[in-house]
Design a protein around this ligand. Structure first.
Ligand code: 13P
Ligand code: SF4
Length: 332
């Protein structure tokens, strides 16, 4: 009944229901579009629908609004990524001042898409660009051509993982010594994802001892020592493709959010071959807040002309942030 009403309203209101893979199953099952951050921002903004009902976290809804300012974007629940909350424009300015104190006056900034519009605008002002987990290597290559030190924010894990993969030196601002910062090619802001911090090398040892031959697939927001020992590293979409492409008898332990991993856990002849790489349930609390009843409430409110949680941005900020996002799409 509720599902039928949602379908009717989506059609009547010319709206597209978009969900990130970390959303609850009930939401993912109903969505017109699912994907990783890059796919969602690209496909939702290019859709022909005039309204986007975005089930995900704040920076994702903002990215669609920035890329498609003429669309109306609504979020059934206001949910904020805890990593994105670790930096705002004033912290960005403080970091640039700290870099100057270390004698670094020019940087090329790369912001992970998990940041708010104000931060993306600041990055654009300095000629920088946005990246996601699926295109970060390509963006880094472009950044290296600019022949400046790279300031990577807010995720120090993704920044350090990228640096290692490309044979570059990295350091963390506010954590490492001034000498180490001065010598680094990639200087990272000290932000992180609390969910992906849960995966440890002990978990990898546990599964490799228990099931010799098991593969380990992780998201690049995991800690560098975890990523270094994994067999596969990729965005949420890339992880899904990797696991679904394995022989059905191949065991794999996956280090990313629970809802996504749980959907991959399809037993073969009663045997479970896909595992969650953690003894603690790696749940993203804000991603889990939205239910289909919230989607329905959101659509009913739009129909009654009393919408709530519409993504609205300062025009100037949105225009600047768009430069950094457009550059990313051009390079992807
Ligand atoms: P993806 O871009 O890989 O979907 O990741 C988004 C995210 O927030 C992971 O924690
Ligand atoms: Fe943010 Fe981590 Fe949740 Fe992804 S899993 S949305 S990075 S808090």
């Amino acid at each position: 009944m509720m599902k039928m009403r949602i379908k009717e309203l989506l059609k009547e209101l010319d709206a597209l229901l978009v969900a990130h893979y970390y959303q609850r199953d009930e939401v993912v099952e109903m969505a017109d579009l699912t994907g990783d951050s890059l796919e969602l921002s690209r496909k939702a903004s290019a859709s022909e629908k005039s309204k986007i009902i975005f089930c995900g976290v704040g920076f994702m809804g903002q990215s669609v609004k920035i890329l498609a300012p003429n669309k109306r974007v609504f979020m059934p629940k206001i949910a904020c990524c805890s990593m994105a909350r670790m930096i705002d424009d004033s912290y960005f300015d403080t970091s640039i001042a700290q870099l100057k104190e270390c004698g670094i006056t020019e940087v090329f900034p790369i912001t992970y898409i998990n940041s708010n519009a104000e931060v993306k605008a600041r990055v654009a002002e300095l000629g920088g660009v946005v990246c996601t987990s699926s295109n970060a290597s390509r963006i880094l290559k472009y950044a290296l051509e600019q022949k400046k030190k790279i300031f990577f924010l807010p995720d120090f894990c993704l920044g350090q993982n990228l640096a290692r993969e490309n044979g570059l030196k990295s350091a963390i601002l506010g954590v490492d010594s001034v000498d180490k910062i001065k010598n680094a090619d990639v200087i990272c802001y000290y932000g992180f994802c609390s969910v992906h911090q849960l995966f440890s090398t002990k978990d990898i040892d546990f599964y490799r001892t228990k099931y010799p031959g098991i593969l380990i697939a992780v998201h690049p927001e995991c800690q560098p020592e975890v990523v270094e020992r994994a067999d596969f590293v990729g965005s949420t979409s890339q992880i899904i493709k990797f696991v679904q492409g394995l022989d059905c008898n191949q065991k794999v332990a996956v280090g990313t959010e629970f809802n996504l991993v749980n959907r991959l856990r399809v037993p073969v002849n009663g045997i479970q071959n896909t595992f969650v790489l953690s003894s603690t349930k790696p749940e993203c609390p804000t991603m889990n807040e939205t239910g289909i009843e919230d989607v329905l409430k959101c659509l009913e409110a739009i129909k009654k002309n009393k919408p709530f949680n519409e993504v609205l941005l300062n025009e100037n900020i949105a225009k600047k942030a768009k430069q950094a996002l457009d550059k990313m799409l051009e390079l992807s």
